[in-house]
Design a protein around this ligand. Structure first.
Ligand code: SAM
Length: 434
């Protein structure tokens, strides 16, 4: 690669992100770097997002005046440079040389000396600059102020731990296909393969790896012995009162983690319908079903437009794993810190309510609907459920008797934990019998 090319690409990706032109996952899908360079590009992009608000507080001290909007790429380049200098063990001279060279790749010749000067000023005074960056909350907690304020108000006892967990690297968690193998047997297989792991505590199927590894290195992955899935998500089947003969609808199913887990429970359901409105993501449901040797009726459709796909036969169970802000999985997707804004949250709540209202008609009297999100925001969780119950006479909230999580006004919330599960919310709604 040309000098500076990788850094220029990282800066371009970050500026697109800040202009809401995609997520890190989509922007990193087909990057023009060699395979061996990709991990560094990914590390720079993810790390800069994870620490963005702190790095921004450092940069503010180094700039005499803010950069013009047309030079967003230069600002992003500086942020990625500060990230590498502050958080990575790349030699300082290499970071400075490559970042300066990136100005030419970005066709910002004028910024060559400027970037050099800013990074060198940081290096001269780094401890002082880093400690001043911690004076204000966004820098101290590395989150946007609106989110810090909401977390303080919503989780007065937990907000500090929650924000700290969001800044950690997430663990890699597996779900053992208990139809095919027991957890102790799979832990033994991992040990034999030289992979250190421990059993999870919330679910009988969960395993935490000490260090992430490619799935191809995991014994029996291709054969369907295990899947990668966070432990919180693995609680779903246990909350749905599963039994043989049930008709089940998974209304927002892609990429199929929960669909497959429901089927792995081994009950002979009368049918399991998996719907999603994203054709590309739905392909992954099919791939997962195939790998795990499971079967479901997979339909591409809008869960809110039931006339499109519903045959009129009601379901005994509905899982609505709703589209949400994903604020419970920030450690896996640190770009959420940059992408989400308060106005998105109410728009999401409207979508969630409308999905609940449409799908309710598809539930049999006496049936159970499990609503879940990977959000830690009350608006999408307790408030959405309160609003739904308020306008749906035959909906009754059922308690979730559990040792885990925090009981909310409505439903139960798991908060992200540093070495444990993601943030996740659950509410069980029973439809009154005839
Ligand atoms: C939280 S993800 C679901 C994750 C999935 N349950 C799993 O465990 O793998 C939410 C999904 O809802 C889908 N979605 C969003 N709006 C939808 C709609 N109106 N109808 C159907 N699916 C929708 C998205 O494409 C996305 O795949």
């Amino acid at each position: 690669m040309k000098p500076g090319q990788l850094r220029a690409l990282a800066a371009t990706i970050l500026s697109k992100l800040l202009q809401q032109q995609g997520s890190l996952a989509t922007l990193l899908e087909r990057p023009s770097v060699d395979a061996q360079e990709f991990p560094l590009l990914q590390e720079i992009c993810f790390g800069t997002c994870r620490w963005y608000f702190q790095l921004d507080a450092m940069l503010a001290q180094l700039l005499e005046k803010p950069l013009k909007p047309k030079d967003l790429d230069v600002r992003c380049l500086l942020l990625t440079g500060l990230y590498q200098l502050h958080y990575l063990r790349v030699p300082e001279y290499a970071v400075v040389n490559e970042t300066v060279a990136a100005t030419l790749v970005l066709k910002k010749q004028w910024a060559k000396g400027f970037v050099n000067a800013i990074l060198r000023s940081y290096l001269r005074d780094k401890d002082e600059i880093a400690s001043r960056a911690l004076l204000m909350e966004p820098g101290r907690f590395a989150h946007p102020q609106w989110f810090v304020s909401r977390m303080k108000a919503a989780w007065p006892e937990h907000w500090r731990a929650l924000l700290a967990a969001n800044n950690e690297h997430p663990p890699m968690t597996l779900r053992v296909n208990l139809r095919r193998m027991s957890r102790p047997a799979y832990l033994a297989a991992l040990l034999e393969a030289g992979i250190t792991a421990r059993a999870g505590i919330l679910c009988a199927s969960s395993i935490y790896l000490e260090a992430a590894c490619p799935v191809t290195a995991l014994p029996g992955f291709e054969e369907g012995l295990i899947s990668v899935q966070d432990e919180a998500s693995q609680l779903i089947p246990g909350l749905l009162e599963l039994q043989p003969g049930l008709a089940i609808l998974d209304a927002c199913a892609a990429p199929g983690g929960k669909t497959c887990h429901l089927l792995e429970s081994g009950f002979a359901f009368s049918r399991l319908v998996a719907i999603d409105n994203d054709v590309r993501r739905l392909e992954r449901v099919k791939q997962n079903l195939q790998r795990l040797q499971l079967q479901a009726d997979v339909i591409c459709g809008d869960a809110g437009q039931t006339a499109q796909w519903w045959d009129g036969n009601q379901f005994d169970r509905i899982l609505l794993d709703a589209p949400c802000s994903a604020t419970g999985i920030i450690r896996r997707h640190p770009d959420i810190k940059l992408l989400r804004r308060p106005d998105h949250v109410l728009a999401l709540q409207e979508i969630q309510l409308s999905l609940l209202k449409s799908l309710w008609a598809c539930l049999k009297p006496g049936g159970l609907l499990l609503y879940s999100t990977c959000s830690v925001l009350q608006e999408e969780n307790s408030d959405a459920i309160s609003a739904f119950i308020a306008c749906t006479e035959e909906a009754k909230l059922e308690e979730i008797p559990a040792e885990w999580g925090v009981e909310c006004q409505q439903g139960r919330q798991l908060l992200p934990s540093a070495q444990g599960q993601d943030g996740f919310y659950f509410a069980r709604l029973r439809k009154a019998p005839h």
